[in-house]
Design a binder for this molecule. Structure first.
Ligand code: ADP
Ligand code: MG
Length: 698
């Protein structure tokens, strides 16, 4: 087993040492995070173009990229809405129209009748036939002219750097690599050989310059052993960076908190229900963590309604009984307020002080809360990010609970760590996700956390019946809402629009409210959306909680956490526009009491295939873990984890969905590297992660 630890410095010379790289180009390259020769080697093609064979025009399908050739039949200028050069060509199998909006007189002359062209571009199939808009093209003298023999790598670019330039640069870097092949291999080769994967140097050569006999199919779908070798090491790098982050945090001391004797018993005695087996099991794990002198880093996953709040409360009581304060962070004010009310109800009879920080507080009230927190009078402080602003000082912060964590990325967790630390002592961290995360994603995105799963719902819940109804039957559904509310139950009407436009979404909710108020004058109808002031929102929520409002029209602001057990009907408009996890979250607002609950998915026709598939899954499944896995398959990891975390999971070659089966190896490999070759860890992270060691070097 050979291992060249620091020898890879040969490849770490600045790119400027390469031929043709001057200071200007060097600066441009830094935009692609390329500083060294090695960075160039790891600047991998993100896809390939197949110019190894010609596609007959007649077999071209829409949105297919292809190499075609043909003889010019005609070349005209069309004066439509835009001045267009239209060149019609044929290869004998069929004809294709090339359209260009930017063209010169010279180009126009080139396309003389009878001239042969070879084009690469994306085909479209329109009502008037096949076409390509601005394809790359070359004039050829002879249709028999040989083709490129191997796949063409396509690199990520930045302005000022072309594919051709990157081809040249990577070519030189590959030549350098040949002189220092051994220097690159940091992970003992044997570990990869066991999986029949090539060496790192061979793998890099292969993906940068696929040989002529390359397995095109494998390369294009990313399953070639060379790509798998790189993917595995890339996943290893990400995994190691999170493990390192974990180790850095765990290296700090945290206050050990003995198991609670009084407070937890006090709460459980007063509760009208007993914790489920799953709640007890998960809390036992937390209880053990909190007794340690190192910071707990635990993620609690549980389906919607599985009772994560109670688990959080038990953890909080253990911290409070040990003499520490608890910060409870929620992603929205609505949710923070709901937690605040809930915790007041549970904790006040125990003689504890619960406060919350909100935009609603007057300056004087806020000063009092801050003062109580600073002196240690406050036992639990709820709020949003505001909990960690500069003016908030804790006397003895011992536990931070983050609810509905999927909205915070790794970097937010880091910021939290810095703010929570006092004299190098860190608070324990308990993180609760609203939506179950598929195991594969959890292993990559949360490798720094221990995981507990609440895999049981409280007893007595009746499963929600989900139906899909075409929006043309809206009035029928409105009558159904009326019937429901007349029996004393409540309902939600959720308006969704394109997620990016909050304004439009609020507008839609306002219009719908007006419409519903006119249609159902005997009902109390409330409206809540993201553009309302915090105070207005909480007034509406309070009225809904007390059943003074029977029908609540809302945007997706009510997506997470809202708990009104008497609501048993939910209408979701345009469900086809939402992701599965979001639909599952929304739907989880009903079915919280013993009554039979219904969810009506009011879709717009025509449904796309993906839309229909999602609605189908929602009708079939109530299991958040199943839904999350399907969501991952349908939309990919970036969407499932939310935009914040997409950046954290920006893989160059690995694909968490495709490469799921590498994850177990990745973990085993990480264990091996951490225990046998700790000095390689930074180098591996550095060459794969653009931002280098930021994760680990807090
Ligand atoms: P989530 O996991 O979605 O955050 P919550 O903590 O809001 O779920 O709990 C949902 C509802 O279930 C609440 O009304 C809560 O009081 C109730 N609940 C929690 N645990 C139990 C239990 N063991 N038995 C009965 N009801 C419970
Ligand atoms: Mg919750």
């Amino acid at each position: 087993m050979t291992l060249a630890v620091h020898a890879d410095s040969a490849l770490r010379s600045p790119v400027q040492y390469l031929k043709g790289v001057g200071p200007t180009l060097a600066v441009l390259l830094t935009r692609l995070h390329i500083h060294t020769v090695q960075d160039l080697l790891f600047h991998l093609p993100f896809r390939y173009q197949d110019r190894t064979q010609l596609t007959p025009i007649a077999t071209l399908e829409g949105s297919q990229e292809a190499l075609i050739q043909g003889e010019v039949l005609s070349c005209d200028i069309h004066m439509g809405r835009r001045r267009t050069l239209a060149v019609r060509i044929t290869d004998g199998s069929g004809t294709l129209l090339i359209r260009m909006f930017h063209f010169s007189a010279t180009q126009q002359k080139q396309f003389a009748k009878g001239q042969w062209l070879r084009c690469y571009g994306e085909a479209r199939v329109t009502a008037s036939g096949r076409e390509m808009v601005h394809p790359e093209y070359r004039l050829i003298d002879d249709p028999e002219q040989p083709l490129t023999e191997s796949l063409t790598p396509i690199y990520p670019l930045t302005e000022g750097i072309s594919q051709a330039r990157l081809l040249k640069l990577t070519e030189e870097a590959l030549t350098r690599l040949d002189a220092h092949r051994e220097a690159l291999e940091l992970v003992p080769e044997a570990l990869f050989q066991a999986r029949k994967l090539p060496s790192l140097a061979d793998a890099l050569h292969y993906v940068h310059r696929p040989p002529t006999d390359a397995n095109v199919y494998q390369l294009l779908n990313g399953s070639h052993p060379a790509q798998q070798r790189l993917a595995l090491e890339e996943m290893l790098a990400h995994h190691l960076s999170l493990r390192k982050l974990r180790a850095t945090i765990r290296h700090h001391p945290a206050p050990p908190m003995p198991a609670s004797r009084e407070l937890i018993r006090g709460l459980l005695q007063r509760l009208p229900f007993a914790p489920t087996g799953a709640q007890n099991r998960v809390f036992a794990e937390i209880e053990a963590d909190l007794q340690q002198p190192a910071p707990m880093l635990r993620l609690v996953q549980g389906d919607v309604g599985s009772g994560k709040t109670l688990v959080a409360a038990l953890a909080a009581l253990q911290a409070i009984e040990a003499g520490y304060q608890v910060a409870l962070m929620a992603p929205t004010e609505i949710l923070a307020e709901q937690h605040y009310q809930n915790f007041c109800e549970w904790f006040e009879p125990l003689g504890l002080h619960t406060h919350w920080l909100t935009g609603k507080l007057s300056a004087r009230q806020k000063r009092l809360v801050l003062e109580d927190t600073r002196t240690g009078h406050t036992h639990l402080l709820a709020g949003t990010h505001a909990l960690f602003q500069d003016d908030v000082h804790y006397a003895r912060l011992g536990l931070v609970i983050i609810d509905e964590q999927h909205r915070f990325g790794v970097h937010q967790r880091l910021a939290l760590k810095q703010k929570g630390a006092v004299n190098g002592i860190l608070p324990h961290q308990l993180i609760m996700t609203a939506t179950p995360i598929p195991r594969t994603l959890a292993m990559s995105a949360y490798a720094d956390l221990d995981t507990s799963i609440i895999d049981e719902l409280p007893p007595g819940r009746t499963p929600i019946t989900t139906v899909a109804v075409d929006a043309s039957r809206r009035d029928e559904i409105i009558q159904r809402v009326y019937q429901n509310c007349k029996t004393g139950r409540q309902a939600y009407w959720v308006c969704t629009l394109i997620e990016e436009s909050e304004t439009l979404q609020c507008q839609a909710a306002e219009d719908t409210t007006e419409y519903l108020r006119a249609a159902l004058p005997d009902l109390q109808i409330g409206l809540i959306h993201g553009r309302m002031k915090a105070r207005e929102k909480s007034q509406v929520m309070e009225a809904f909680q007390q059943n003074a409002i029977q029908l609540l029209v809302a945007t997706t602001v009510i997506e997470v956490g809202v708990n009104v057990p008497n609501a048993s009907l939910m209408i979701i408009e345009n469900p086809e526009r939402l992701g599965l996890a979001q639909l599952h979250q929304l739907r989880g607002r009903v079915g919280r009491g013993a009554a039979q609950s219904f969810c009506v998915l009011l879709y717009q026709k025509p449904l796309s295939r993906a839309g229909r598939e999602r609605i189908e899954i929602m009708r079939e499944s109530h299991d958040g873990f199943v839904i999350a896995q399907r969501d991952l398959e349908l939309r990919g990891p970036g969407e499932v984890l939310g935009t914040r975390q997409t950046g954290d999971l920006n893989f160059k070659v690995a694909d968490l969905l495709r490469d799921q089966d590498l994850l177990d190896d990745c973990k085993a490999l990480a264990d091996h590297v951490l225990s046998h070759h700790p000095d390689c860890v930074d180098t591996i992270i550095q060459r794969w992660l653009a931002q280098g060691l930021e994760y680990g070097s807090v």
